[in-house]
Design a protein around this ligand. Structure first.
Ligand code: PLP
Length: 405
């Protein structure tokens, strides 16, 4: 058995659906649908993974693609979990890790969702896909769609990072620039696909992108030697990665591969767009749309996430928290982590550093706890985050070196 996928389930109204035909949102309550697996039928042992390739398909029993020939891959997965002792010391922690998703194809962890989402779409006979994006998802889905021979249309805000436009174009994606936010692009895509042959593959509009993103949780557990950390800090836009990590760890607990409790999940948002933080502070189960959303951390500029109720439930269930950080703070941390560890984080990833500092200061994180930060993309996508301090000298000039310290 290549995949143990059994059915789709609505996490809001508990209805179940056939996973072997195309499905979008729950037909009865418009919630995102989640893939469920026949976990007792999985006979795979943890040790058998040692023989498998270091990509996310090593967990294929727990992924939705039924047949290996439908896999569309660019070699995604098994990103490094880096020990960052100099940063840990600066934050006052004993054990700190950064899982560096910036090394994935197309430069962000959106490649995980695209690899599994596009593979499954092709398997189910989809030929044309459209999505709103803040840039990174469009770049990733265009790349995988090209490899699968599928048509891809991407609608992104005009101020999304320039490189993601270029990546989309380079992969032959049809690009539409929207003079507005991702929520505006989302409305246009849903209206346009209705009744057409196109599939809306926007965040959580189909059930399989999250299955790709959950592999961050599988890798994390495997890389820690089948243990869980105490705290996972995640830069949250649509929240798919956060929900996915909790889903993955829960599946591993059900399989008996991991023992609980789950890590306390931390949702980090930018002060200029923090609907889930506001909802968490109010003890609410859903968020309200954020007006005038604006932050340099473009990947987390999501004024109202379709899966907000799942993110909030995951925070409440794991004893987690949510907090917002300012652009000035997170940009300072892009520079700090570069200096201390040589890692060029994306602004979203740097936001987790700022948040961790605040949580250590408030006592919410104990200095002896083990903390994992997700760097969701490469700093290379955002080339203007770090000021460059350099002198220019003429070709016949002389270079003087400072004394070695
Ligand atoms: C999309 C994105 C996020 C947010 O991801 P979600 O899982 O949807 O919350 C964070 N960082 C980067 C770089 C992104 O592209």
């Amino acid at each position: 058995m290549f995949s143990a996928l059994s059915h789709l389930e609505c996490p809001r109204c508990a209805a179940t659906y056939d996973a072997f035909v195309r499905q979008g949102l729950c037909p009865s309550c418009a919630s995102p649908l989640l893939a469920r697996y026949d976990l007792p039928s999985v006979s795979l042992q943890r040790s058998a993974l040692d023989e498998r390739a270091p990509d996310l398909w090593r967990y294929h029993e727990l992924l939705p693609v039924s047949a290996p020939e439908n896999i569309v891959t660019l070699g995604e997965g098994m990103t490094p979990l880096l020990d960052v002792p100099r940063l840990a010391a600066a934050l006052g922690l004993d054990r700190l890790w950064i899982k560096d998703e910036g090394l994935l194809p197309t430069g962000s962890f959106k490649a995980r969702g695209a690899a599994v989402g596009v593979s499954r779409a092709r398997e189910l006979g989809v030929r044309a896909m459209a999505m709103p994006t803040n840039g990174n998802a469009g770049a990733a889905w265009s790349a995988y769609a090209a490899r699968a021979g599928l048509d891809m249309l991407v609608a992104m805000p005009v101020d999304a990072p320039m490189i993601t436009r270029v990546e989309t174009a380079a992969a032959g994606g049809r690009l539409v620039l929207v003079d507005g936010l991702i929520s505006d692009a989302g409305r246009m895509v849903s209206a346009a696909v209705a009744g057409s042959g196109w599939s809306d593959v926007g965040t959580l509009k189909e059930p399989y992108r999250i299955e790709g993103k959950k592999t961050m949780g599988f890798e994390l557990a495997e890389q820690l030697g089948w243990r869980m950390p105490d705290v996972v800090v995640y830069p949250t836009g649509g929240g798919v990665g956060l929900i996915g990590i909790v889903k993955a760890l829960g599946e591993l607990v059900s399989l008996g591969w991991l023992a609980g409790p789950l890590p306390r999940m931390v949702c980090v948002q930018a002060a200029g767009c923090a609907p889930i933080v506001r909802a968490f502070d109010a003890g609410a189960s859903e968020s309200q749309p954020w007006a005038d959303a604006r932050t340099v951390a473009f990947g987390i500029t999501v004024p109202k996430a379709l899966g907000d109720f799942l993110v909030l439930a995951a925070l409440y269930e794991t004893g987690g928290t949510a907090l917002a950080v300012t652009d000035d703070e997170l940009l300072a941390d892009v520079a700090l982590v570069g200096r201390l560890e040589g890692l060029f984080l994306c602004p979203e990833g740097a936001a987790t550093v700022t948040a961790t500092r605040a949580l250590v200061a408030s006592g919410w994180i104990d200095p002896h706890e083990e903390v994992v930060l997700l760097n969701t993309g490469s700093g290379l996508i955002y080339p203007d985050t770090v000021p460059v301090d350099a002198v220019t000298i003429p070709a016949d000039g002389r270079l003087t070196l400072p004394a070695v310290s």
